[in-house]
Design a protein around this ligand. Structure first.
Ligand code: AMP
Length: 209
């Protein structure tokens, strides 16, 4: 399989873990829009300043900010790519199609709400490479040695907002891909290696609904 991919899923569904691994294995350029925004906030950039309130509350950053940012990143890539966390609205999905020559395929990780709530409490992310820590990893990231910290938007209130935003805004984007037979649904309720096997099977198939 080749071609560019978008990876969607509710908060804590594992899209960062799975998307990053798939991008590495397929040689795709990788962008997590959430990680990029968290880095901008941490660096105190003007983009970070605009994004911070949204991230803290668990609301989505407006399309007017996200769309140019991602299109600019895509335009700089020499290879196919994988986007983790974009598109997150119908408009983002449509703009991506309108602006690109290729039709991306969407992988959607499905995990029930009870499991999402369980996963989000206590998860850690590296402040430097933004990898999500594996079970048993503590304090320092095994990949880059950065500090492992909880995400600020993993608070209960912010998490519930992100879940509500997902249902309100991302589900229509998923429908957009499903209607065009470009969506692959993957059951994300299993240990990471098992889910990854499913992801690999999913991308090997041309189109599955
Ligand atoms: P994530 O790391 O993918 O869970 O994203 C964390 C947060 O970044 C989200 O809750 C949003 O506030 C923001 N964000 C990331 N990607 C997008 C996007 N495509 N559109 C709007 N907001 C986004």
């Amino acid at each position: 399989m080749s071609g560019s991919i978008v990876f969607l899923g509710p908060p804590a569904s594992g899209k960062g873990t799975q998307g990053r691994r798939l991008a590495e294995d397929l040689g795709l350029a990788y962008l997590s829009t959430g990680a990029l925004l968290r880095r901008e906030v941490r660096d105190g950039s003007s983009l970070g300043g605009r994004a911070k309130t949204y991230l803290d509350s668990g609301e989505y950053v407006p399309d007017e900010v996200m769309v140019p940012m991602v299109l600019e990143w895509v335009s700089r890539q020499a290879s196919d790519w994988l986007l983790d966390g974009f598109p997150r609205t119908l408009r983002q999905a449509m703009v991506l199609d309108d602006e690109l020559d290729v039709e991306v395929r969407a992988i959607i990780l499905e995990v029930g709400e009870a499991e999402l709530r369980r996963r989000v409490s206590g998860r850690l992310e590296c402040v430097d490479c933004h990898r999500v820590a594996k079970a048993g990893e503590k304090e320092l990231c095994v990949a880059c040695g950065g500090r492992l910290v909880p995400r600020e938007d993993d608070s209960v209130e912010s998490f519930e907002n992100r879940l509500a935003e997902y249902q309100r805004l991302v589900l229509p984007a998923i429908d957009y891909y499903r209607e065009r037979e470009r969506a692959v649904l993957v059951d994300g309720l299993a240990p990471p290696d098992v889910v990854y096997d499913r992801v690999l099977k999913a991308v090997a198939v041309d189109v599955v609904i």
